[in-house]
Design a protein around this ligand. Structure first.
Ligand code: BV8
Length: 250
């Protein structure tokens, strides 16, 4: 049954401040004005982002791929964290105990960090990192203008965006932390994701099998909707603040 406001069960569990695991996707940044991957506004210049987020696309046409990520950097720089991002950071602050909170995000836009989230893992990397494709060395990088495509490392190798593309393995440490957080939590909140991309989409199942109460926050139905314990149908920026108790605002 689709609800708009949290159930008594969920509010009780949240009030107990038991261990909370949060998984987010592009939908959490939608109210900050950033296009989602698969939503109606999800195309970039008529191109399906998923066709650009691959090593093959980068090898074939590094200029187009870099122009796509430069455009995303410009979009993300202009965006601000919304009430959903801020609510997730408040939920973290209300759980100072070790292992009391973990955010695993599929997003690469940096808005969770700008909202104050600290106990988090970036499953798919970051727009604000780049990597030498030859040496693997990662650097902080916020450039959205380039003299050449692809930009070159001092070693001569091509520099690529520091994100995880389709067909690439997730960072081992990030995945291990996320899996541990999903197994250890009492509540798993899954917000703003179509639950289509693996292995991230497996995390709610890992949490549920470990006994967690799974809550989905999404205006649309997803493969998760029918077996989450609770589905809050609406925008994350409106629903997440209703999960933050008075204690978190101290
Ligand atoms: C891997 C980073 C194995 C880049 C992304 C065939 C070949 C190869 C692999 C596969 C294959 N078939 C399947 C796979 C696995 C593949 C996969 O899952 N594919 C899917 C599409 C079937 N996964 C992978 O390739 C992963 N790697 O499997 O490696 C391996 C192992 C060992 C060694 C080598 C290889 C890597 C996946 C990561 C890909 N990178 N992004 C970039 O960002 O540019 S994925 C991309 O999709 C984004 O990260 C995005 O976050 C992610 C998931 O999408 P969502 O976040 O859910 O966004 P979406 O638009 O889909 O949905 C938005 C949702 O928000 C909607 O439901 C909407 O209703 C909702 N919404 C809208 N507004 C709001 C809202 N919700 C709340 N509030 C609102 N206001």
């Amino acid at each position: 049954m689709d609800r708009r406001s949290p159930s008594e069960t969920l509010l009780r569990l949240l009030g107990e401040r038991s261990a909370l695991f949060v998984l987010t996707g592009a939908g959490v940044s939608a109210e900050s004005g950033l296009a989602t991957f698969r939503g109606p506004d999800g195309l970039w210049e008529g191109r399906d982002p998923a066709s650009l987020a691959t090593p093959e696309a980068f090898a074939r046409d590094p200029e187009t791929v870099w122009r796509f990520y430069a455009w995303r950097r410009r979009q993300a720089r202009r965006a601000s964290p919304n009430a959903g991002h801020l609510a997730i950071a408040a939920l973290e602050r209300a759980r100072p105990q070790t292992d009391g909170f973990l955010l695993a995000t599929q997003n690469v836009d940096g808005l969770h960090e700008r909202a104050g989230s600290t106990r988090m893992v970036r499953l798919h990397g970051s727009l604000w990192r780049s990597r030498c494709a030859a040496e693997g060395v990662e650097i902080d990088d916020d450039r959205d203008e380039f003299d050449e495509f692809p930009p070159r490392c001092a070693c001569g190798g091509p520099i690529r965006p520091g994100v995880v593309w389709f067909g690439e393995a997730l960072p081992e440490a990030a995945w291990a932390l996320a899996e541990r957080g999903a197994r250890a939590c009492a509540i798993a909140i899954v917000a703003g994701t179509s639950s289509l991309v693996y292995p991230a989409a497996a995390l709610p199942d890992i949490a549920k099998r470990a006994g967690a109460y799974v809550v989905e926050i999404n205006p649309e139905h997803t493969p998760l909707s029918d077996w989450a314990h609770e589905r809050l149908a609406g925008p994350a920026g409106e629903i997440l603040p209703s999960l933050v108790g008075p204690e978190a605002h101290r």
